[in-house]
Design a protein around this ligand. Structure first.
Ligand SMILES: NC(=O)c1ccc[n+]([C@@H]2O[C@H](COP(=O)([O-])OP(=O)(O)OC[C@H]3O[C@@H](n4cnc5c(N)ncnc54)[C@H](O)[C@@H]3O)[C@@H](O)[C@H]2O)c1
Length: 257
């Protein structure tokens, strides 16, 4: 997908990874960029607006845990953009001491946002097709012992995104669904890990030694994945590399005679 003149909606666009991805996207001469996030970042927004005047960049306030916020933000964005070509669900929370917010921000929020976006983009409903990119995690690929709840939410994101990528839907809607699984990336999400684990017991030391990548490098690979626009792809973005994963098939239905 050539991103020039495309309309992009980015949820969590002021976050550590989100702001690097938005900057990278703006460098591709987008037509418009809608940033949905919990809090505004006036300074960053005006920096982007003056550096990339050819792109209409605007902010909509969204608490992802509130479906009404999402509906209002998509409606406001649709009034400014003729269509949504790419939607990235990139918000997140990693804190297993907060069970419900962990599920509501990482999983239910992604589901609501994807379904609302799909309604606008679905070719059978007058939309133009496009790409919905959901940020899962390596914790959405392998059970992560110290963050069991976050890991469960992220597995949910991976499963939901892969399910909606089925040809059964894609051939009708024209909307590709792509799963992004970053490895450890230097943002505030990883701060104070010890206070955010599932249980208040000392975490295995191995987690302190996991190699981290910068948010910039992660963002560059995320934009590459968007440009490749491969429906159903599950991308691993770890230690500065971008790799499409072969997902194992562990069960197939046995059919009745
Ligand atoms: N940093 C990592 O190591 C890492 C690894 C794998 C996956 N991820 C995932 O990447 C994504 C971005 O993470 P990050 O590292 O940039 O984290 P971050 O904490 O820097 O950013 C999180 C973003 O989510 C937004 N957000 C949080 N709660 C919200 C709410 N209720 N409503 C709306 N927005 C809300 C924040 O405002 C922020 O913009 C997340 O989905 C995260 O789970 C991060």
């Amino acid at each position: 997908m050539d991103l020039a003149q495309k309309n992009v909606v980015y949820l969590g666009g002021f976050g550590g990874i989100g702001q690097k991805v938005c900057a990278e996207l703006l460098g591709r001469q987008l037509k418009a960029l809608a940033v949905f996030d919990l809090l505004p970042n006036e300074q960053l927004l005006s920096e982007w607006q003056s550096k990339y005047p050819q792109t209409q960049t605007f902010y909509e306030k969204v608490d992802i845990t509130k479906r009404s916020d999402l509906e209002a933000a998509y409606k406001a964005a649709a009034a400014k953009m003729s269509q949504f070509d790419v939607v990235v669900n990139g918000m997140g929370l990693m804190n297993d001491r907060m069970l419900l917010p962990t599920i509501e921000i990482n999983l239910t929020g992604v589901i609501h946002s994807s379904l609302i976006a799909l309604d606008y983009m679905d070719r059978t409903k007058g939309g133009q097709g496009g790409q919905i990119v959901n940020i899962s995690s390596v914790a959405g690929l392998e059970p992560t012992a110290i963050m069991a709840i976050y890991s469960a939410a992220k597995h949910g994101v991976t499963a939901f995104t892969r399910a909606l990528a089925h040809d059964f839907y894609f051939l009708r809607t024209g909307v590709a669904f792509v799963t992004i699984c970053p490895g450890f990336t230097d943002t505030s999400l990883l701060h104070d890990l010890g206070d955010k684990t599932t249980f208040d017991i000392e975490a295995p030391k191995v987690y302190d030694r996991v190699k981290r990548q910068s948010a910039e490098v992660c963002a560059q690979n995320l934009v590459k994945a968007i440009e490749l626009n491969k429906n159903a792809a599950v991308w691993l973005l770890d230690v500065g590399e971008l790799k499409q994963l072969e997902m194992p098939v562990m069960w197939t239905p046995v059919l009745q005679d």
